[in-house]
Design a binder for this molecule. Sequence first.
Ligand code: UD1
Ligand code: UDP
Length: 382
Amino acid sequence: MKKLRIMSVFGTRPEAIKMCPLVKELAARPGFESLCCVTAQHRQMLDSVLEVFGLRPDWDLDIMTPRQTLSDITSRCLLGMDEAIAALRPDVVLVHGDTSTTFAGALSAYYHQVPVGHVEAGLRTYDKYAPFPEEMNRVLTSSIADMHFCPTSGNRENLLREGRSQNLFVTGNTVIDALKTTVRPDYRFSTEELNRLPCGGKKLILVTCHRRENYGEPMKNICLALRQIAEENQDVELVYPVHLSPVVRETVDRYLRGAPRVHLIDPLPTDEMHNLMDRCYLVLTDSGGLQEEAPALGKPVLVLRRETERPEAVAAGTVKLAGVVQDDIVTMAERLISDKEAYEKMAHAVNPYGDGNACRRIADAIEWRYGFRKERPADYEA
Ligand code: UD1
Ligand code: UDP
């Protein structure tokens, strides 16, 4: 049988973390040729992930520009993808999640009449401006996709409600596969700032914040809340690897830099980040990926947003929505810092997002769909 040429397309840090393990799993299957096309919507943050996972792309669109607009990303991706598809001639294109790379990658494959598989499919808030533009990227990508790899059964339900019933597979999230390769009890940090952190009775709070819908007033409120938490609680240390977006960095510099017990550092390589999370007390974040990783490590998460498309960890009790109002964030964080019982209620490991075998299930599903295997793979059940 002719090998199936599968081209995985991704461009930002979280897509890379969640797709690198899949690209490798596909490469290990005898029926597949696994190709990798990066848009480099993120340049440095993407390259850092590729280095951690030891992956060399077959094609690099190199599209990133400073302060790029959504139209910049989408148009540069579309033009670049024409060349990538012409050169690599994939039989199937895989895209991931909800970024502009995801949508443009799917749209380009459709223009070339190449079937599309959507990894991390079916997440929804049903508010097209929150998260912006990710909610619309997801909906549009679902419309184009021919195979939908849903992390949870709830994600599949969302797609069924929209009238999509063909080729839905519940696989778990590949981020848990990634986490299983990076977190180790004997891990030693190579980032000097992390080795210098005060320890001994200190509670380490890990922070990230970057979402476009938080730009402006919400991000200012979040920074002021973080400042207040650090000033009022001598037993905490806040570590915040700051995203490279200039908008984020300007806000953080203006409202948070210089606060006591706050460590503003550059983005961390994935293995450093995952092991830091494994050792922290609490996570404050507006990131999607951290809402999936921290529960698996038993770390409570306060989400710095008004909504979440990841209700499974909220239901399991390890994630709570803190919103973007300064007082609310401070009150909720200080409760978890001082009230042991409230903390213990949230701090237990749950894995609604996967068992570390999502890549295997996705590869099995593609094999089944293209006649390389008889049995349809069983859906993941949390
Ligand atoms: C993008 C995704 C968002 C995802 C996030 C993950 C879109 C519209 N947004 O948002 O869904 O949650 O990535 O982090 O697809 N920059 C660098 N170097 C880098 C990365 C970024 O300098 O390695 C700077 C550049 O100036 C760039 C800016 O950050 O223009 C913003 O990057 P962009 O990808 O447009 O938006 P994100 O906010 O990162
Ligand atoms: N991450 C990382 N280094 C950092 C911050 C985050 O490796 O300094 C990882 C994090 O563990 C998670 C992913 O990046 O796997 C989340 O990416 P991001 O927050 O940029 O995007 P989102 O998940 O919100 O789309």
